[in-house]
Each structure stands twice: as structure tokens, then as C-alpha cells.
Design a protein around this ligand. Sequence first.
Ligand code: OAD
Length: 239
Amino acid sequence: MSEIETLKKWIDESNNIVFFGGAGVSTESGIPDFRSVDGLYSQKYKYPPETIVSHTFLTKRTDEFFEFYKEKMVAPALKAKPNKAHYKLAEWEKEGKLKAVITQNIDGLHQAAGSKEVLELHGTIMKNYCDRCGKKYDVDHVLASEGVPKCECGGTIRPDVVLYEEGLDMNVMEKAVRYIEKADILIIGGTSLVVYPAAGLVQYYRGNKLVLVNLSETSQDQYADLVIHEKIGEVFSKL
Ligand code: OAD
């Protein structure tokens, strides 16, 4: 049996699939990932992107933070449409086969495809709030603002995104752990699995159907029961 046929069989037989993904899930929607050769971190900037997308940068160099954030992270995501991988996951959830999508992505494409139970470990560009009074703002308001988005109270409107030096929402993490612990199949897709604590979630899986669908090798390939090094949208469209 080919790897795709094995995966298809496992999926057909399961009603407790959990998906855990990253930026590679959205590259086929036209959003560059971070660490591939054509990814965001390989492009040349005045500062390394890891530095720009940090809490220090948001507070100390707010203008430059928003210039990068709006142009490189928000604008491409708002232009993008879900691809076959996003749609397939939403379809499985509707059929009662998939319990949750756990994602490191902040682009909102799983919800755009119709997924309901989406755990966004690194937050979302869609939600924004004033760092002084807490007032909420949508993403269009942030993108349309000139320079640093300002609240009517004078505070800065910041994205509900987990920046470097900031902690993850522990409620979301714990929920993700519970889904993974109970999962029959854990499909991991489009993530280099190098950013912690998110990457550490893999350790909570107790089953024997750990599937990795990633274009390049990852440090966790050796632990997977099935490894497919192909584009995830193409793989999922065959399922
Ligand atoms: P990475 O850019 O580190 O990894 C994306 C992975 O997806 C790479 O291993 C690619 O080979 C693979 N890939 C790309 N296109 C693919 C496709 N069509 N099908 C299958 N695989 C594909 O992105 P993440 O692992 O998501 O954090 O990065 C994790 C975190 O690092 C991000 O959430 C972000 C970043 O810093 C924050 O912003 C806090």
C-alpha cells in the first residue's frame, strides 16, 4: 500500500482525528512560510524578522514594527484564500471525523474554510486591542491606519498575536494537550517543529498513527508512523 493509501484508510476508519499545523499549510494559498528558502526569514531586512516580531520591538520601535507587520504579515494574509488542505480539514470536522485544528498560524484561513474548533496557539491577526483601555478593533481598521494604529484613548492598538518574548495562552495550550492526548490519529502538517512550546505538543500523543506531512524533513520524522514529504494541499486533495 502506498503512503497515501495507508493515510486514506486510517482516516476512513477514524472519528477522532486531530490536526496540528504551521505556516506550510498556507503556502499553497500564497502566504510565504518563515524558514523555507523563499520564506519570510530568508528575505533581507534591516533587522532579522525574529527581532522585529518581538515584544521589545513593538514597544521600543513601534513604527518599524507596524510597517513590517502590516506589509509582510497582515496584507498577504487578507488577500489569501483557503486551499485544499484547509477545506479538507473543515470537511472532516463537519463529518464528525476531526475534533480540532491546532495551528501556529495567525492568518484565519482555517475559519475562512469553515473549521469551527480552531486553537490558535500564536493568536490571530483578526483580533486587535488597545494596550491602554482594551478596546477591540478589527483587522481592517489596523491595516487602514496610517503608521502606528492608535485608539481613541491615545493607546496603541496591538494585535492579539504572540510575539517573541511573550507567553502563549495557557488555556489554549491545555486544550490542545487534551485533544492530542485523546486523539486516535494526529496529523502534523506544514511545520518545521522548531518553535517551542508549540512543537513540544507532539509529545502528548499516545496513539500509533502519528502522521507527518511536510515538504522538508523535520527533527521529528523518526517518531512518526507515516511520513509524507509532499505539498499538503496536493496530498489532502487525494484523500
Ligand atoms: P516554518 O516556516 O518554520 O516551517 C514551515 C514548514 O512547512 C517547512 O518545514 C516547510 O518545508 C513546510 N512547507 C512549506 N510549504 C509546504 C506545503 N505546501 N506542504 C507541506 N509542507 C510545506 O513555519 P512554522 O513551523 O509554522 O511564530 O513556524 C513556527 C513559528 O515560527 C510561527 O508560528 C511563527 C514563527 O516565528 C511566531 O510568529 C510566534
